[in-house]
Design a protein around this ligand. Structure first.
Ligand SMILES: [Zn+2]
Ligand SMILES: [Zn+2]
Length: 576
């Protein structure tokens, strides 16, 4: 047999992005070899501004439910919601083992409480107990045809790993979220040696974090934030309030340690901060003394100079502890003159308005407010271009697939890989649902799978359909118009109406002629119904439905033409 013929018969490794490519959030990547599947991460996405009333968004798992596919495990890279948040929903569909480092699994297990009743059922009817399997860097796990080694990386959460997945056609490395922190805190480290070792052996494909692909240079170390805090804390006369992400255990640990050195007590506010600190402490990820955390009740009795309060709300969320403190809506804490408030987090795109609003409130209360734009109180957890380049140079993969990013970031990262020496034909920019088939020396696009998003509303009960979302969008931006008319079935005479009522629609206030035009058109329409005995014959027997459809069409046409608006139109035709 020729070499070429042999290669043709080699089964490919299928790389299938189910989420996170082409958007920030809901990361999920499937690797499939002859029907055996491992997943890297199962995350959620917080809704974009046009997703009214949607709480979270998760990837569509239906592709994994095919009986010819055997999902052998989910390998979690770290404990951020965009990597673990969809796991409870996955466990409604399948009882799959979940692998992760201790802190990642600790954060995950904490979420199970509220989801357990929805999990898949055992034969006796009780919900399954998830199988959580702890992994350690440099200790490979064997599942089906795969050997999977966790590699320690640094990121904005402790206990983050990349995965090197050795398959029958070669090794692939998925970096997870990372930066290369030269001076990490809290025992984290970036294992350069393992990346280099895989590079020496040969790597079929590298999938690497693209978040900061548009940012030149190096991201900078978490330790720098600590140093800046040390100076800021020493200068502050009054209370210090720091808002950060509750998962940023490094940051919380640094704040508490500095507070301890400066003789300040630490107070925690916000359910998720208290919960995560408890988990991290139990698992040994926090180094400050426990007695340094004081209960909130003691706050009023503690001199201002001895207070550091760590809280949530760095994104200006209106229900968050910080927002409530800034608007006198918090039971124990009100922001006052002399307070220094530090927003120690990045501004997530889309949250600018909310953040600005909370900053304004804080200033109104007389506080000094420090944030990313004016002080070095935050550093990103993602690699900038120089770090991204280093990984590529260490691993020297045959194929390169940028992951974790919006399309523009994926493209930027691809360009960087080409500069770093990867053959441009071996760089694959793909989005959710676009399958890639990899064999040594060869790659091709596979079948596309439907990469739908699943919208979760309220407490996760009942998914939101696209149509519901469309309705909410219409209501939110353009308002609603209700038309009521009563028609006599026998004589087809209009008995009352039409009456037009609107809410949130600007047309009736500022464009009176438009309102008049709508009324006239409706009357014309109804006159046709009254006078033309064949009217509505093509609507089958349903006169009511026929009139409602025509009312919608008539108004939509006028409003879209005159105002370029699309309010929701609700015709209410009563046939008596
Ligand atoms: Zn992350
Ligand atoms: Zn992420």
């Amino acid at each position: 047999m020729s070499k070429e013929h042999l290669e043709k018969n080699v089964h490919p490794l299928r790389v299938i992005p189910l989420g996170g490519l082409g958007e920030i959030g809901m990361n999920m990547m499937a690797f499939e070899y002859e029907g055996s599947v491992v997943l890297v991460d199962a995350g959620l996405m917080f809704p974009e501004n046009d997703m009214f009333g949607v709480d979270i968004v998760i990837p569509d798992f239906s592709f994994l439910l095919d009986p010819n596919k055997h999902v052998l495990g989910v390998f979690l890279t770290h404990g951020h919601e965009d990597h673990i948040g969809a796991v409870p929903y996955l466990l409604r569909e399948m009882n799959v083992p979940i692998y992760g480092t201790p802190l990642t699994l600790g954060f995950l297990a904490d979420k199970f409480k509220e989801h357990r009743s929805e999990f898949l059922r055992e034969e006796d009817g009780s919900p399954i107990t998830p199988r959580l399997i702890t992994v350690k860097p440099r200790e490979p796990i064997f599942v089906g045809p795969f050997c999977i080694e966790p590699i320690s990386v640094t990121h904005s959460i402790s206990d983050s790993v990349a995965y090197a997945i050795t398959t029958p056609v070669g090794a692939v490395i998925h970096t997870g979220d990372f930066k290369i922190d030269p001076e990490p805190v809290g025992g984290s480290y970036f294992d350069v040696e393992r990346f280099k070792a895989y590079g020496e052996k040969g790597v079929l494909a590298l999938l690497s974090d693209s978040t900061n692909a548009e940012r030149e240079g190096h991201t900078g170390s978490e330790s720098r934030v600590g140093e800046n805090f040390e100076t800021l804390f020493a200068e502050a006369e009054g209370r210090i309030i720091v808002a950060t992400f509750s998962s940023n255990i490094h940051r919380i640990d640094q704040i508490a340690q500095i507070a301890s050195r400066l003789g300040r007590k630490v107070f925690l506010s916000g359910k998720s901060i208290i919960g995560n600190v408890k988990i991290a402490r139990e698992l040994g990820y926090l180094s400050f003394p426990l007695d340094q955390i004081a209960p909130l009740e003691e706050l009023s009795r503690t001199p201002d100079r001895e207070v550091v309060l760590i809280t949530t709300g760095s994104q200006g969320e209106p229900m968050s502890a910080l927002y409530r403190m800034a608007t006198d809506d918090h039971k124990q804490i009100q922001v006052k003159p002399g307070d220094t408030v530090i927003l120690s987090a990045r501004v997530i795109p889309g949250n600018e308005e909310d953040i600005s609003r909370v900053i304004n409130h804080l200033f109104r209360k007389g506080a000094v407010v420090l944030h990313e734009k004016i002080a070095r109180v935050h550093v990103s957890g993602h690699a900038s271009r120089e770090e991204q380049r280093k990984i590529i140079e260490w691993v020297r993969p045959e194929f390169f697939i940028p992951v974790h990013g919006e399309y523009r970031q994926l493209v930027s990262h691809a360009a960087l890989a080409a500069k770093a020496g990867i053959d441009p034909r071996h760089i694959l920019v793909v989005e959710d649902g676009e399958e890639i088939l990899l064999r040594p020396g060869r790659c091709e696009k596979g079948n596309s799978i439907p990469a739908r998003r699943i919208y979760i509303d309220g407490k996760g009960i009942g998914d939101v359909e696209q149509t519901v979302l469309k309705d909410r969008r219409h209501l939110g931006s353009d308002g609603v118009i209700v038309v009521t008319v009563a028609v006599d079935r026998e004589g087809r005479k209009v008995r009352s109406g039409p009456t037009l009522l609107s809410r949130g629609f600007t047309g009736n206030d500022i464009e009176l002629p438009l309102w008049e035009e709508m009324e006239i058109s409706l009357q014309t329409l109804l006159r046709e119904v009254e006078t033309d005995p064949t009217w509505g014959d093509h609507f089958a027997a349903d006169l009511q439905q026929g009139i409602e459809t025509r009312i919608k069409q008539t108004l939509k046409k006028i409003i879209s033409k005159k105002m370029n608006r699309y309010p929701m139109i609700i015709p209410n035709v009563i046939v008596i």
